[in-house]
Design a protein around this ligand. Sequence first.
Ligand code: KIV
Ligand code: ZN
Length: 389
Amino acid sequence: MTRMIRIFDTTLRDGEQSPGCSMNLKEKIEMAKQLEKMKVDIIEAGFAITSPGDFESVQTISSIIKDCTVASLSRAAEKDIDASWEALKKAVDPRIHIVIATSPIHMQYKLNLEPDAVIEKAVASVKYAKKYCSNIEFSAEDATRSDLEFMARIFDATIQAGATTVNIPDTVGYTTPEEHYEFFMKLRELCPRLDDVTISAHCHNDLGLGVANSLAAIRAGVNQIECTINGIGERAGNAAMEEVVMALHTRKDLFQAETRVVTTELMRASKLLTRITGVKVQPNKAIVGENAFSHESGIHQDGVLKHKQTYEIMTPESIGIVGNNNIVLGKHSGRHAFRNKIRELGYEISDEQLEQAFAKFKVVADKKKSVYDRDIEAILAKETLQVPK
Ligand code: KIV
Ligand code: ZN
């Protein structure tokens, strides 16, 4: 049976915390509308208490968005929860998201609180938020560096206090897929109440494992993933939404889980975020990078031209690329791709002409990184192949 995994998008909150990624109100609204169009389940619109701008973003997004839950982050403090609620109250489905740190290092140095006092504060905050709305998420910051038995205790207590989602953040991107899987399996054993609520994973990418750890959490029974478009976020970022969604989509056989995200909107969301923030995606980034569906080597180009699935595990169309010109000609390209390109440009040439043009093309390709259509047209003209258009 296929399970549904909820996608909790935190591009506008955790994502916005990455250098160079801050957005103004108009930009956040544009982004939120795109997230709604692509059917993410939850949009974390901001951290209402942090600034008047963040408050206004949460408030405006709450009144515009109809088809997603809208969340605002709060520390485990009444004034934070009041601000979140004030900003969220017009939302169709508001969620107050409460966070407190649970690792020994955070409790000692950041909070200066004993573990029992942390549980008390968490429980009191969940109960306080519950008077405003039913949809409450509780996050244990730095969970993956916290004591497992303490985690079980705090989750048991906050679920009894009314939390409907509990989130396990790998705040500093410290864990590995095997360890993360074990962590969730043991936690579910120690805290059976977890099976009555939504269990969530929130993975950072400091070791480049954000997506792998999120997928391991799904295998261990998690049913909400927190992520961002293009993987933006603190330091090395958060798990990238497009990668999580397409991994589940492409490997349904393995995960037996899916999301309601409209995959054909992923590229648009990525491009919109790039346009808004000016932060470019690396060309070899999975799913949305410029080269993600490009083939340069002759063997690969030849294979793809014969049957796309030889070197493509998903189609460019499935993420919303239309009219993909995925064959990039370069020095590794072969005759087959070259002839195809010539045809695409509207030329028909004899085998002999092809040989002459191909030899010329290799000389040009040796000098240039990529050979563009205009270069090929120039080659054809230079060779005076007299090929009719
Ligand atoms: O990484 C983290 O711990 C967070 C929490 C606020 C969920 O972003
Ligand atoms: Zn985070």
